[in-house]
Structure formats: structure tokens, C-alpha cells
Design a protein. Structure first.
Length: 307
């Protein structure tokens, strides 16, 4: 049985035609190569080359052996090609879903950075409702999902990787529109576009009103924050939406105001524990965390009680 080094030497001599040229190819000495060739022939129990007038002429056995070795080297080349394509993300579709507010704001930035790292990568992106998110991963329709809530499923890992905050969307003609910050009490009694109390946004809004000692009265229930902003743009009162929604392009007839004590909207990275995690997924996780970490954080004003 030949060693890999012996195979490498034999192949170099067959290609270079002379021991001196083969030694140059391999960066070794000619005498050492000649000795190694002799050891190979002793081991194989047949000659590889005829020495004629200082030249090496391959024997029939050498030519048969060389053809087999070339097949092996072709397999190595194919393997290296596959490894390079895997490292570049080629021949791979990365499937990711997100809640609407995240999918329309920060996720495109994350995916732009991911494809910059893996130019050959194909992206499948989906906007997910609260009801769709768990099945999207549990049924392996997607690799990752970014949501504003953890997914309650035994096969899904939910990791909090960042947070946004609640802001108030008001018409640009509203008396509060010139304010930089407001309190929940400032919008008490306003026509409010809001979410059902059993939704992530709805629970945060209910907590904000309860914490401020204000009664929550909803004029219109909506499912998506983008819809609430559209209603505000058309004069249908005000809405509490997340800061990710506020990052998107909106009509000039809407302004977004910060709360002195805003409700916090967490962001979760979710994946199926039974699905193998590729290096692309690990890179995406790192990018997602860095994008959320780089988002500006407003100064929160806490009102102190007067004694």
C-alpha cells in the first residue's frame, strides 16, 4: 500500500517526466526523490519506470496506476469544489420569516449583510402572523423566524436577542405632534387604534395604560401596526405601535412620538432544534444581534414623585 506522499511523488514524476523536474515541483531534493522512487518499486514489487539514457520511461503498470490515481485526484478536486461552494453558501436556500414590523424594517438590513458574506446564497423570505410562526419552524418550512414573542413549542429554541419600544403615531396636525416625548396620560380619551389584548402588542399597551393608572378605551382593533399607521394618516385618531414600524417609510401626515416611559417590545430569534444548523445560520444569528444592538436607544425619562 502506498502512502499519500508516495502517490504524490509518483504523480509528480509522471507529469514532469523527469526526477529533477518533479523535485522542483514538490520543493524537495532530487536524490531524496530518487531514493523514494526506489522504495516505492520495492514495495510494489514491480518497476514503475525504465531508465533509458538518463530518462524515465513509464512502464505499462505505471500508466495503469497513474490512470487510477488521476481518478482519485479528480475526486479530491470535486470534494474541494464542494467545500468551497458550501463555504460561500452556493447551492443553498436560506429560509427566514419574521413578524411584519421586523420584516419591513430591520430584517432586510440583516439579509443584505448576510448575502454580502455569501454572494451565491438564495433567500426565501416570509412575513409571518402570530398564528403562522410556530408551524413555520416546527414543520421545517423555514430555518429561522424573528418574532416579538417567544414560540411555545418543545422543538423550537427561542432566544431573546434585542428589543424595541412602543411609540405613539399621531397625525402631523395633532396638538401633540410638536412634542418630542409624551406620557400615556397625554393620549387618554383619544380615538385609539390598538391590538387585541391577547396579542404581544396588545399586552404591552394594556400594561402601559395600567401602569399609568389610565383606562384603555379602544376605538378600532387592528392586526398589524402598519394598518394602524395608515388609519392615523387618514385622521382616525392615534395608535401605539412599535419602534420597528416607525423605522419604515410613512406618509408625511404621521409623526411618531416617544413615550417618557415606553413599553418594551422584545425580539426573539427562533429556530427548530431538530434541524441541522449550518454556518450560514450561525452567521445570520451574529448579524441579527449586531443590527439590533446598533439601533439607537432613546433616553427614558422617569417622573419622580414630589414629596
Amino acid at each position: 500500500m502506498l502512502t499519500l506522499r508516495q502517490i504524490e511523488i509518483f504523480r509528480a514524476i509522471m507529469i514532469a517526466k523527469t526526477v529533477s523536474a518533479a523535485a522542483q515541483m514538490l520543493g524537495t531534493s532530487q536524490p531524496g526523490l530518487s531514493r523514494m522512487l526506489g522504495h516505492m518499486e520495492d514495495k510494489l514489487r514491480f518497476r514503475l519506470f525504465d531508465r533509458t539514457r538518463g530518462r524515465l520511461v513509464p512502464t505499462h503498470e505505471a500508466r495503469v496506476l497513474f490512470d487510477e490515481i488521476e481518478h482519485v485526484y479528480k475526486g479530491f478536486e470535486d470534494l474541494n469544489h464542494v467545500i468551497k461552494r458550501l463555504a460561500k453558501g452556493e447551492d443553498r436556500t436560506f429560509r427566514v420569516g419574521a413578524s411584519p414590523s421586523l420584516g419591513h424594517s430591520v430584517v432586510p438590513q440583516m439579509l443584505a449583510r448576510l448575502t454580502a458574506n455569501y454572494p451565491g446564497l438564495t433567500i426565501q423570505f416570509d412575513i409571518l402572523s402570530v398564528e403562522q410562526a410556530a408551524d413555520y419552524l416546527a414543520l421545517q418550512r423555514g430555518d429561522y423566524a424573528l418574532t416579538a414573542f417567544p414560540l411555545d413549542h418543545p422543538n423550537i429554541l427561542s432566544s431573546r436577542i434585542g428589543a424595541g419600544r412602543m411609540v405613539c403615531a399621531v397625525p402631523s396636525s395633532h396638538p401633540l405632534a410638536d412634542r418630542e416625548r409624551i406620557s400615556v396620560a397625554d393620549i387618554a380619551g383619544e380615538q385609539l387604534q390598538s391590538f387585541r389584548p391577547d396579542t404581544p402588542h396588545g399586552r404591552i399597551i394594556a400594561d402601559m395604560f395600567a401602569g399609568a393608572g389610565q383606562e384603555l378605551e379602544v376605538a378600532t382593533y387592528i392586526r398589524f401596526a402598519e394598518t394602524a399607521v395608515a388609519f392615523v394618516a387618514n385622521g382616525m385618531g392615534v395608535a401605539l405601535v412599535d419602534s420597528f414600524t416607525a423605522m419604515q417609510a410613512h406618509a408625511e401626515t404621521v409623526r411618531f412620538l416617544e413615550f417618557e416611559e415606553p413599553g418594551v417590545l422584545p425580539v426573539y430569534m427562533n429556530r427548530n432544534l431538530e434541524s441541522p444548523r449550518a454556518i450560514i445560520g450561525e452567521t445570520f444569528e451574529e448579524i441579527a444581534r449586531s443590527v439590533l444592538l446598533a439601533l439607537p436607544r432613546p433616553q427614558i425619562i422617569t417622573t419622580k414623585a414630589i414629596t
